[in-house]
Design a protein around this ligand. Structure first.
Ligand SMILES: [Zn+2]
Length: 432
């Protein structure tokens, strides 16, 4: 058993559903008890300290706030090296930068080195769970899961399915994509804290046969995820219309192949019609809101109020390398601005919810992660109020928790993450 003493904050519910006051729990001087990788107890230090068994080590953090590990509902591990690539929108960006970078993952040693760097970067930014695109190569998934299991992380990933409209070196075919996915599912799905996602890149790069087989995989193995892109960019949407003229809209392509439902996660969902929003909501599907990517690639503004109004589960995604930061704090900074431009306000507690429990709900993992309730995985982050001179100065003048939290999301990034824990173990400590 270990004990961590600091200010503690976690979400209990969506502020939209229960009101802000009821949506979180905060302990100014809190204690978090961890046993066997799970949260054993959380509460006021004053009341919990006297109950600790003899010999339990208490680690104290000053000027710090413990929050649950961040959840990233959409990211590409093979795209680390194309982050910050200049001058294009989605389709040209894929051709120019992304496909060549993904081609290199045919080499398992390259994949392993990239997976290692990627996971370190996630942890440096306080992200303990992510829904991750690999490449079309099965070895890219093996490398990722091997590295994730070494750190005992809760991660979701899958081999990209892509059998048309992509360079030869990145194409599978419907049958090989299905067979390779099956092998990977049997090897990795449910092993430790790992989950598998059936991962068609997006409708334009899969034939109807491949989408059909993706649906079959979902029905053959319970608990799988479906991870793809939806309605990110206008030219992409026109292309989907050309390729699938018989479908009533973009989402209907996925719906037709029975790819919607619990644990289906669609990245972006920017230019949706009402019918698409309604189907996403009623099917229990989730959408990943990826503000840094949507702004960087000039894709558009995500309408959070509209999606939530249709009962759609929404998580926060970085979408690296279309996104420009691994940091969910920076994603929240940009999310705030994206919503400001549409006359919506992102309350700081709602922001924390999106980056933690909301993401867990979008992934149907809120029984395991997302907050620090006893019994959940002990995945948490120690945020440093003094990470930078500017942050320290601003927080010193904050009069409320709300004000502190807001400043953390606007000014914070990987420097604000002092230490990251996964299953109770320290997996990243910032060098000071
Ligand atoms: Zn993406």
């Amino acid at each position: 058993m270990h004990a961590h003493r600091a200010a503690l904050l976690h979400c209990l519910a969506d502020p939209r559903e229960v009101g802000i006051e009821q949506s979180y729990q905060y302990f100014e001087d809190g204690l978090l008890l961890v046993e066997d990788g799970k949260v054993a107890q959380i509460g006021d230090a004053a009341s919990l300290l006297p109950t600790l068994p003899a010999g339990v080590e208490v680690v104290e953090y000053h000027d710090a706030l413990i929050v649950p590990g961040f959840v990233d509902t959409h990211i590409h591990y093979p795209q680390v090296d194309v982050i910050a690539s200049y001058g294009t929108q989605l389709l040209e960006w894929l051709e120019t930068y992304t496909f060549p970078a993904e081609g290199r993952f045919v080499d398992p040693e390259h994949a392993r080195a990239q997976a290692r760097f990627f996971l370190e970067e996630l942890l440096r930014n306080g992200t303990t769970t992510a829904l991750v695109f690999a490449t079309v190569h099965p070895q890219s998934v093996d490398a990722f899961f091997e590295e994730a299991s070494r750190l005992d992380l809760r991660m979701i990933a899958g081999k990209v399915l892509m059998d048309r409209n992509a360079p030869d070196y990145l194409r599978d075919d419907a049958a090989s994509g299905y067979d390779e996915s099956k092998t990977l599912i049997e090897r990795w799905h449910g092993k430790g804290r790992l989950h598998y996602a059936v991962t068609p890149r997006f409708a334009p790069t899969s034939t109807p046969e491949q989408l059909e087989l993706a649906g079959r995989l979902l029905r053959e193995y319970p608990g799988l995820y479906l991870h793809t892109h939806l309605s990110e960019n206008r030219a992409e949407i026109d292309w989907v219309k050309e390729l699938f003229p018989e479908r009533k809209h973009y989402l209907d392509v996925y719906d037709h192949y029975r790819l919607l439902g619990a644990r289906s996660v669609f990245a972006h969902g920017i230019h949706l019609c009402d019918d698409e929003c309604r189907r996403l909501g009623e099917s229990g599907s989730a959408v990943a809101f990826c503000p840094t990517s949507n702004l960087f690639l000039g894709s558009g503004l995500f309408d959070l109020a509209r999606l939530e109004g249709h009962g759609v589960r929404v998580g926060l995604g970085t979408d690296v390398g279309g996104g420009t930061s691994f940091s969910q704090l920076q994603s929240l900074n940009e999310a705030y601005k994206v919503l400001q431009l549409q006359g919506q306000q992102l309350d700081p507690f709602k922001a924390l919810y999106l980056a933690t429990l909301g993401g867990a709900r979008a992934l149907y993992l809120d029984e395991q992660i997302g907050n620090l309730q006893p019994g959940k995985d002990a995945d948490f982050v120690v945020l440093d109020y003094r990470a930078t001179p500017l942050l320290a100065r601003r927080l010193k003048q904050a009069r409320s928790l709300e004000e502190k939290l807001f400043a953390l999301t606007i000014l914070g990034d990987d420097r604000a993450v002092k230490e990251t824990f996964a299953a109770g173990r320290s997996v990243h400590r910032r060098e000071s």
